[in-house]
Design a protein around this ligand. Structure first.
Ligand code: NDP
Length: 318
């Protein structure tokens, strides 16, 4: 027997800022507006909900169509991605962001993959279509825009020394090639992983003029280009007090540093660079610009960068 009476209160609207949802919540998803979500494992510390909801609030001031758009976070273990995506599609979630560890696992679950995302081998932005989700990658765009904004020169105008060979490094390397950076030097600790990325990039580089080199991070060659932009796409620096992945004292010439890590806000690499008079920026701007691009893709509208940035800074400060 159904115990619900017509006088039962409607289910409470989920709190998009603080709640962490699970796949089970989708069975009776109470939010009636346009839902967006980030899926991750872990996801608790994601600041994407406050970033997107702040931008949507601002957008609703000039276009009321966005007044009922909300962004939520879902804790989804790796094995549950297929059923979760299928439920999100059935519930008509208009857009989905994917973070670790789902960015590559999602590829076979999509109806279409944007060619840039395909080259990056990863998606972080899914768009609802009648047949299923379509996948994009906004991380490369986020990096490219952030580097130019924070350090005053883009990926196309200087050699890049890229540290790391994981998922973030792969997206960054593809973006460097797409932006026609003159030289791309890849450094990593694990040489098998480095060689695999190098080989993949050789086939992607075909129509680009980017010179491609690879080196062992524990023994950087003395012919590294200078001046150049150093991008840290390793996770060395995530733990407080962890050492820098590259000894800057061994380098000769002028460098600037883009650190993909944003929490802590200053890593050992950034500190060392600043002590040597180099410009250095952390990865918060990349996070903000990838978020801007995702919301542009979902909404088809201009997205206020400053609203997202302020919300991100506030969320990290609390
Ligand atoms: P992966 O796990 O895929 O790759 C990790 C990379 O870090 C590998 O190249 C690994 O090298 C290297 N590494 C780990 N520890 C060390 C160490 N102590 N010394 C040298 N190298 C090390 O991670 P992702 O590629 O997904 O992420 C990398 C970083 O980028 C993370 O810190 C992440 O937070 C950040 N990121 C930031 C984004 C932003 O928007 N700002 C977006 C995406 C990622 P090895 O192969 O030798 O193990």
């Amino acid at each position: 027997m159904n115990s619900k009476s017509p006088t039962d209160p409607a289910p409470a609207e989920p709190d998009p800022e603080s709640s962490v949802f699970e796949t089970e919540h989708l069975d009776n998803w109470p939010f009636k507006g346009t839902s967006l979500a980030v899926l991750g494992h872990p996801v608790k510390h994601s600041i994407s909900p406050p970033m997107h909801n702040a931008a949507l609030k601002r957008m609703a001031e000039t276009d009321p169509a966005f007044a009922d758009w909300r962004y939520f976070k879902f804790h989804v273990p790796p094995g549950r991605l297929p059923e979760t995506l299928s439920l999100l599609h059935a519930k008509r979630f208009r857009g989905v962001n994917l973070t670790l560890p789902h960015k590559t696992d999602a590829l076979p679950l999509l109806t279409r993959i944007d060619p840039v995302a395909e080259r990056m081998g990863a998606v972080n932005t899914l768009v609802w279509t009648a047949d299923g989700y379509e996948g994009f990658n906004s991380d490369g765009y986020g990096l490219s825009t952030a580097v130019e904004e924070q350090l005053g020169a883009g990926l196309s105008s200087q050699p890049v020394i890229l540290l790391g060979a994981g998922g973030a490094a792969r997206a960054a390397a593809v973006q460097c090639i797409l932006d026609m950076c003159p030289e791309l030097w890849l450094g990593n600790r694990n040489q098998d992983r480095l060689k695999a990325l190098y080989r993949d990039l050789l086939s992607i580089r075909k129509e680009s003029s980017t010179r491609l080199e690879a080196f062992d991070l524990s023994a950087p060659p003395d012919n590294l280009p200078a001046p150049a932009l150093i991008i840290n796409a390793t996770s060395a620096g995530l733990a407080p007090d962890s050492p820098s992945p590259l000894d800057l004292s061994a380098l000769k010439g002028a460098f600037s540093v883009y650190e993909m890590i944003y929490n802590p806000p200053e890593t050992a690499l950034m500190k060392e660079a600043r002590l040597r008079g180099m410009r250095a920026a952390n990865g918060l701007s990349m996070l903000v610009h990838q978020g801007v691009r995702s919301l542009e893709i979902w909404s088809g509208a201009a997205v206020p960068v400053d609203a997202m940035r302020t919300a991100a800074e506030n969320a990290l400060a609390t």
